[in-house]
Structure formats: C-alpha cells, structure tokens
Design a protein around this ligand. Structure first.
Ligand SMILES: [Zn+2]
Length: 425
C-alpha cells in the first residue's frame, strides 16, 4: 500500500474490464469486474496484472479519477436564497435572474470554492462549468472563476463556457466576450430555446459557429432542453453545419427532446450528428426534475438524451450533473458516484457494461479533450478513486467511503498542501 510521502505503491482492487486497456486481463466474469494488482511510481502506473486464482479477494473497487462535463459553479448552492419551489423551467429562469443581479466576486468565489473542494474530495480531475455571461453578474462571475481556474489547475482542470442567449453572438459585444473567453482557454456557449424557428436564433447560431471557427474555440450549447418541439435545435444546428462545416469541437448539452422523435427520425438525425462529430452531454437529474412537468400529474414521459441510440450511431456521449442546489435543481453534490447511482434508474446505464460506464469515464474525458481518457494502463497517471465496495451493488446503494490517489499520492497528503495554498489567495 502507498503510505508516507513515497510516491510509489501497490494495491489490490476490483476494476472494470472495460477500463483496462490490456489484452488478457480478465474476462469480466464477476459483475464486469476483475481483481487486479496495480503498482505506481513517480506519479504513473508502473504495473497492472490480474490477481492469481486463490488470492484474497480485494475489498475495494477502483475507478480512474473522473470528470464532470457540465456544471454551473457560478450559481451552485443558491437554492436556499433563490428557491424554485414549483420546479418549472420558467420558475428556475426567474429565480436565476434574481440571483444573478445579486452576484459579487466574493459570493461566486465562495460557491466555486465549496463546489471545487467537494469535487476534489469526491475524486474529480476535470470539470466544465458554464457561466452566466450576460447581465450585471457576468463580469464578477468571470473574474471569480478565471482565478479559480488558475488556482486549481494542478488539482482539477477547469474549463469555462460563456453561457448567453444564442442571439447575443450577433451583437456588437460578441467579439469582446469571445476574446475574453479565448484568453481564459474557454469555450463559447449559448442557449437555443425551442422552437428555434425565428431568424434571430438562426443568425445567432450561424454567427457563433463562424466566430468560434475563426478563433479556433470550442463550443458547448444548451440545446433542446425541452419536452416539446423534438430536436428543433439539433436540426437547426445540423442544417447550419451542412451548409458551413466548422473545424472546432461542438458539444450539445441536454439534447433531451430528441427522446420524443420517432425511432426512424432519431436514427437519421443521430447519423448526421455523428457525421458532424457532435458530442452530447446528457443531464438526467435536471431534466428529470424540470421537464415533462404538468400540474398535479406524475410525469409518464421523461425527456432525456437518447444515450444508447446516439452511442449506436457513433456519437460520443457523456453524463453530467448540471445544477447543484440552485433554482434549476435542488440536490446534487459534485459527486460522480452519486450521479452514477442516480442515473441508473433514469437512463438505465449499467456500469458493468462498457457502454454504461463510458459516459461517466472515458467519454466524459474525450468530450473535454483531456490528455488522458481515464483508461488504466501502464504509463497512465496514477489517478484513482478507491471505493469501499466489492461489487457494483455496493457502489450504487449509496456512495461508499472512498480514498483518492492523485499522481501517486493519497489525497489527504496532497489535499493539505493544496488547501493551504488555496486559502492564502
Ligand atoms: Zn447547464
């Protein structure tokens, strides 16, 4: 076992066969898991082998440190002061606007620090956060989060996305915002509100695509977060790209109303999305809470990105947590294991299957363009989450105790150092 300050160690753990990029390691005969001995040295994995038959079974289950592909650090933990008790999209927007007008650098720093500390302790190594980038709270939110990005860069790679109404990209202010985003290594974002048939929406999207392409800047859209007008935003986006393709990566967050398409229409659209290399982040918690809501009725239809159909077409799909204790969703805690457990009944993603685990692991890392996709192999970073669990049931029942290894050191060691540095800012 690792201990003290030595950046080398060995441990035994259950590991998903789908995360082991090494031929001959296990056949997934036990819950998709195989018992592994893993060793590391100087921050990287130095050896991996299957435990021989007869060895004591491990008491922990191992994952790579994980990635949150879609968060909103600027508004996290605002539910108490700005609740949305009716749980509607309109109610969330109204409470969000009120909260936005009360922002200060200090408030956003406090929220982001709380969120990042939780994420760090829970085993996240990367996070993409959208920022409300129009209105009175925009400048202070960017100031706070740009600082956090730099302060946290050794612990969590933080990517920032400018979130504005899509039509903002047609205004004279668009260029200045885009330059600010590029300087922060961020992405251009925007909300497309269905039915997306107006000229302003089309022009805003075209202008965004052209601007991002010119600047070489990635795009992450809030698109088709709706329980009506199936795929109105995605259809518009694909049309625009058919006419004028771009070379920058595009992520489509939500894509919920695609679930309302017929199987045939969905298959056709998914093929075109794959051809344009569009990635999708499904957000089951916020969608499950806000969408399909009718007064005094339990929803029988739950719009959610059709993950498996998109995977079959070759679209990269990830699952994100989205809102944490804000007007859009009252729960959440930046815990990827809790997200996995909550997604089980909502999306029927089974982590013992490769395609069920990928959206939380390798595909989330790919969507963020991270250097390491999370597959465990010799030479990969010694970045691990060790869960007190011997099978997936114990992982999913309630988030188990965990310890986190970062570049070959246990988080309690590195956490102390980094926390001291951060609190001095
Ligand atoms: Zn969002």
């Amino acid at each position: 076992m690792a201990g003290g300050s030595a950046p080398a160690g060995t441990l035994h753990a259950w590991c998903s066969v789908s995360l082991l990029d090494q031929a001959g390691l296990g056949d997934g005969r036990r819950d998709g898991l195989v018992a592994i001995e893993i060793a590391w040295r100087h921050g990287v994995i130095s050896a991996l082998r299957e435990l021989p038959p007869g060895a004591d079974p491990p008491t922990e289950l191992m994952l790579p440190r994980l990635v949150e592909p879609h968060a909103h650090l600027d508004k996290a933990f605002t539910w108490a002061d700005h609740p949305n008790h009716e749980g509607t999209y309109a109610g969330a927007m109204a409470a969000n606007r009120q909260e936005h007008a009360t922002r200060s650098v200090e408030r956003v720093v406090a929220r982001a620090e709380r969120g990042l500390q939780l994420a760090w302790r829970h085993g996240l190594r990367g996070m993409r956060s959208h920022i409300d980038s129009l209105g009175p709270g925009a400048a202070c939110s960017w100031e706070a989060l740009q600082d956090r990005r730099l302060l946290w860069r050794e612990r969590i790679e933080l990517q920032l996305v400018a979130l504005v109404p899509i039509s903002h990209w047609s205004t004279p202010e668009a260029g200045e915002l885009a330059r600010q985003v590029v300087a922060a290594g961020g992405l251009l974002g925007g909300v497309l509100v269905p039915p997306c048939r107006d000229a302003q929406t089309r022009r805003g999207l075209e202008d965004l695509l052209a601007l991002a392409d010119r600047l070489g800047c990635g795009i992450d859209l809030h698109i088709d977060e709706a329980d009506q007008d199936p795929a109105a935003g995605l259809r518009l986006l694909v049309q625009c790209l058919d006419r004028r393709p771009v070379s920058v990566p595009i992520t489509c967050s939500h894509a919920s109303s695609l679930a309302l398409l017929s199987a045939r229409a969905l298959a056709q659209l998914a093929d075109r999305m794959a051809a344009h290399r569009l990635g999708v982040v499904a957000l089951p918690l916020t969608n499950g809470w806000l969408l399909g809501r009718r007064p005094q009725q339990t929803p029988l239809q739950r719009p959610l990105a059709p993950l498996m159909q998109l995977q079959r077409a070759g679209v990269v799909v990830a699952v994100g947590g989205d809102n944490v204790q804000d007007p859009w969703f009252p729960g959440g805690s930046f815990d990827p294991i809790a997200l996995m457990a909550a997604s089980l009944p909502l999306a029927q993603l089974a982590p013992w299957q490769r395609r069920g685990l990928m959206p939380f692991t390798t595909e989330a890392a790919r969507l963020l363009g991270l250097a390491w996709d999370g597959r465990l192999q010799v030479g990969a970073p010694a970045d691990l989450i060790l869960l007190e669990a011997t099978h997936w049931g114990e992982v999913l029942a309630s988030p188990p105790q965990r310890r986190v290894l970062v570049a070959g050191r246990w988080l309690t060691e590195t956490g102390a150092d980094h926390n001291a540095a951060a609190s001095g800012s």
